[in-house]
Design a protein around this ligand. Structure first.
Ligand code: FAD
Length: 376
């Protein structure tokens, strides 16, 4: 008899498996329907021996000392600050938009003070900020919005920014200085030997058994277990009773080139041209030395694996129905990005899992109000 059946070996499932086995001495079975652990953060060496991320670039960043310290038990780190360029009007320019973006695009030589006035003179504030378009046009004006955001958003989501909730672009900062880092977090690192190695160390405990290529549906009635931690899609758990929760998917095209470098930074965005949204060159992230280089092209898709919950009010309403069902389901804890239908970064999922562990330790039932999205 297992104390826990944990569905999904990503950050949510693996973080909880480790805590439950190590701190409580519980017996844990972790399953994943994919042929590997690590969930979407899974990385692997390709045929050329280059470390690549199977499901697109994953850059670790957090402001939480506690989360950083927790993960540091399972990996050493490589200092890495993420930088992204966007191909706009034939030029490679920093994104998030900063002083160099504006000067480069318009052939100007503004100072920090002047660029704030520049944004103010172009901005068209909306009476009520509701959509992603309102956020960006209200801050930097229509031209920068069209060039950097509109096309990218339409590709990424298959929707115009005017149809998307303001939260989608609210997280993209605009800077008046020359800071070209993509994230402003205190801790910005990559796991030195990759994510998969880190997950292997997390799950390496005599009380943890891992089965990949195993789905919840095929095993739930076969393996005796007391309680469940479910990190898969919440609508699937309930057999899509109220309909499918909408997701945006991606297709990843991985290529290796017989040249040492392809682009100046890890990620180049294509907001105006091309079918793909961005190209990632992994050696910038991993620091690996190799005569060849591996890249991933990302093509947004309407169907396929669920990657991004689509942030629209009607989808949030549908999720609420599932959330109510989940709260009424005893002995099943719903944790992680798919089970709580939220776009979470890796550190947020670890935080959510650690908070869930605290509630389990405190003896709280899975059905308690707030138990699902704890800490996220
Ligand atoms: C393209 C992309 C880029 C990203 N980049 C970043 C980044 O740079 N930085 C960052 O912090 N975050 C990033 N993220 C977010 C990051 O991937 C998530 O925060 C993290 O993977 C969530 O972990 P999780 O355990 O909740 O889910 P997942 O990693 O998705 O793990 C869930 C697992 O459950 C398994 N599963 C589902 N249903 C079943 C079932 N019925 N039976 C058995 N197994 C099942 C799945 O196979 C999956 O492996 C990115 C996400 C995407 C899509």
């Amino acid at each position: 008899m297992f104390d826990w059946l944990i569905v999904g070996a990503g950050f949510a499932g693996s973080t909880l498996a480790e805590r439950l086995a190590k701190v409580r001495g519980d017996r844990v079975l972790v399953i994943d329907k994919r042929p590997h652990i690590g969930g979407n953060a899974y990385d692997r060496h390709d045929e050329a021996g280059l470390l690549i991320h199977q499901y697109g670039p994953h850059i670790f960043h957090t402001n939480s000392q506690a989360i950083f310290d927790h993960l540091s038990q399972f990996t050493q780190w490589r200092f890495y600050e993420h930088r992204v360029l966007a191909m706009v009007d034939g030029q490679l320019l920093p994104i998030p938009i900063n002083l160099d973006t504006v000067n480069g695009l318009y052939g100007l030589s503004l100072t920090e003070d002047q660029v704030e006035d520049f944004f103010a003179s172009r901005a068209e504030p909306a009476a009520e900020v509701r959509t992603s378009e309102d956020v960006v046009v209200g801050r930097v004006g229509r031209d920068l919005y069209e060039k950097f955001f509109r096309g990218y958003t339409r590709k990424q989501w298959g929707l115009d920014p005017s149809q998307l909730d303001k939260s989608v672009t609210a997280r993209v900062p605009v800077r008046t200085n020359r800071d070209d880092r993509y994230f402003g977090d205190t801790f910005q690192f990559m796991p030195l030997h990759g994510y998969t190695r880190m997950f292997e160390r997390m799950l390496d405990h005599p009380n943890i058994k891992v089965m990949t290529q195993t789905s919840y549906q095929e095993i739930r009635d076969l393996v005796p277990h007391r309680r469940v931690i479910y990190t898969g899609p919440v609508d699937e758990f309930f057999d899509f009773r109220f309909g499918k929760l909408p997701y945006r998917s991606l297709e990843f095209k991985h290529v290796t080139l017989d040249q040492e470098w392809f682009q100046k930074v890890a990620v180049v965005n294509y907001p105006q041209t091309e079918d793909y949204t961005r190209v990632t060159e992994y050696k910038h992230l991993t620091g690996q030395s190799h005569p060849k280089t591996s890249l991933t092209y990302e093509y947004p898709r309407a169907s396929g694996d669920p990657y991004y919950p689509i942030p629209m009010p009607k989808n949030a309403e549908l999720y609420k129905q599932y959330e109510a069902l989940a709260r009424a389901t005893p002995d099943v804890w719903f944790v992680g990005r798919l089970a709580t239908y939220r776009y979470y970064n890796m550190d947020q999922v670890v935080g959510q899992a650690l908070a869930t562990f605290q509630r389990i330790q405190a003896g709280e039932p899975a059905t308690r109000e707030g138990a699902m999205a704890a800490g996220g």
